[in-house]
Design a protein around this ligand. Structure first.
Ligand SMILES: O=c1ccn([C@H]2C[C@H](O)[C@@H](COP(=O)(O)OP(=O)(O)OP(=O)(O)O)O2)c(=O)[nH]1
Ligand SMILES: [Mg+2]
Length: 182
């Protein structure tokens, strides 16, 4: 049996083996829409209407047992985001290998004006299963140097790097202009 959306038999699945429990047999199981897709679509278990700015935690009707060394990441779907402003509050949500509860999605309507209505069974998110490392944190008094050092949070500017003309202080590009600003 494969994880095709319609449950139809097909070629033997390839990839890392993930145990999947259906908590709601009426709902499709996560499925990759195309060969080569990174994300398997997840459905909402319930009808949900989100006012502008509203969020809601919805179930997907599935629970997983991911192998040790893997995690599932719950990503938004780009079509819902672009067309309706629907995203995921904690994107990407992290599903730990040891988690046996229902996979849930914290949807949010980011549209400033329009409510959005999602129906039970709509594909509202996608699960990306990835190998993850666990860190062995090692406490030290000082860290080794690096090319970046402590620069971050826009330290390289926002446009393409522009070489500074001789005698001028270095900057990376024209300043970013606020929307509608001059
Ligand atoms: O989008 C998500 C994110 C998380 N989870 C589940 C699986 C994950 O293993 C568990 C805990 O998630 P996380 O660690 O992000 O949440 P927390 O707020 O730190 O909760 P906890 O204290 O239970 O770890 O919740 C989901 O079903 N969907
Ligand atoms: Mg946690």
């Amino acid at each position: 049996m494969t994880s095709h959306r319609d449950g139809a038999p097909g070629p033997a699945p390839t990839g890392v083996r993930v145990l999947l429990q259906r908590l709601d047999p009426g709902l499709p199981v996560p499925a990759y829409a195309h060969p080569g897709d990174a994300g398997a679509d997840l459905c909402t278990r319930e009808d949900v209407e989100l006012a502008p700015g509203e969020r809601r935690l919805v179930g997907t009707g599935v629970a997983l047992a991911l192998p040790e060394g893997y995690a599932g990441f719950v990503h938004p779907r780009s079509g819902l985001a672009a067309r309706h402003g629907v995203s995921i509050v904690n994107a990407p949500g992290t599903v730990d290998a040891g988690y046996r509860g229902e996979v849930k999605v914290c949807l949010v309507n980011l549209d400033p004006a329009e409510p959005v209505r999602l129906r039970r069974g709509d594909r509202v998110a996608q699960l990306v299963v990835q190998r993850v490392e666990r860190a062995a944190f090692e406490l030290v008094d000082a860290l080794p140097g690096s090319a970046r050092g402590e620069g971050g949070h826009g330290s390289t500017g926002y446009g393409a790097p522009v070489p500074a003309p001789a005698g001028e202080h270095h900057r990376t590009s024209a300043p970013v202009t606020a929307p509608g600003g001059g």
